[in-house]
Design a protein around this ligand. Structure first.
Ligand SMILES: Cc1cc2nc3c(=O)[nH]c(=O)nc-3n(C[C@H](O)[C@H](O)[C@H](O)COP(=O)(O)O)c2cc1C
Length: 197
């Protein structure tokens, strides 16, 4: 059995984006659990054109992103709370994944999906995590029971070295990563999208 590939996407275009750092932290923990990882960060997502259902043309980066999700064994999606919901950047990336609708493995079928939310207040964390969960459900994914959500106003999230400052948050990140990798390994049956190679 090969190492599962866990793909992360999300964050914002803001320097030091907390949601992006948290996705990185989950991916780094996934590596400790034995997975390979890849991140599509806020800067990458910002280069994806606005999804238009009538337009079948794709940029090289749109194709790269869709192909990477097609071949992954698990996902981490990170978003800030923007007006009590998922950011437009992340929603646009999710909408592009409409390209997976006709696949042998439709959308996120059989994929564990770790969810990460950063908000400037507790209300925003819960609402946005719940909204993101609904989107992943609608795309046939399996959100892990442990979601990571932070109130970015509640105190420094990271120390001077960029490590997660709060031990409880650190434990949630580690627990989510464990759930993603264990589920991915359990579901790592022959992936019809990946082909024989
Ligand atoms: C356009 C916009 C809308 C926002 N709406 C909310 C909101 O509804 N609730 C909330 O708690 N925080 C809201 N925030 C704050 C961000 O969610 C918060 O600062 C978050 O930590 C930013 O994530 P980042 O560090 O990855 O950029 C908003 C910020 C922006 C720029």
């Amino acid at each position: 059995m090969s190492k599962p590939l866990i793909l992360g996407f999300g964050g914002t275009t803001r320097a030091g984006s907390s949601s992006e750092k948290l996705v990185r932290a989950v991916l780094s923990n996934c590596e400790k659990e034995g997975a390979r990882t890849r991140l599509f960060d806020g800067a990458f997502l910002a280069r994806l054109p606005l999804f238009a259902p009538e337009n079948p043309e794709r940029t090289a980066e749109q194709r790269e992103f869709v192909e990477a999700v097609r071949r992954c064994d698990g996902l981490v999606i990170g978003t800030p709370a923007y007006h009590a919901g998922v950011s437009g950047l992340v929603k646009n990336a999710l909408d592009l994944l409409e390209d997976l609708r006709g696949d042998a493995r439709v959308y996120f079928d059989d994929l564990p999906v770790g969810l990460v939310v950063s908000a400037a207040g507790w209300q925003g964390t819960g609402i946005t995590l719940s909204a993101l969960r609904d989107m992943v459900h609608a795309m046939r994914g399996w959100p892990t029971p442990i979601g990571v959500s932070v109130n970015s106003l509640a105190g420094p999230l990271f120390d001077a070295d960029g490590a997660v400052a709060d031990p409880q948050l650190d434990a949630s990140i580690a627990a989510q990563a464990k759930q993603i990798v264990r589920f991915a390994a359990a579901f790592q049956q022959p992936n019809e999208n990946r082909g024989a190679a």
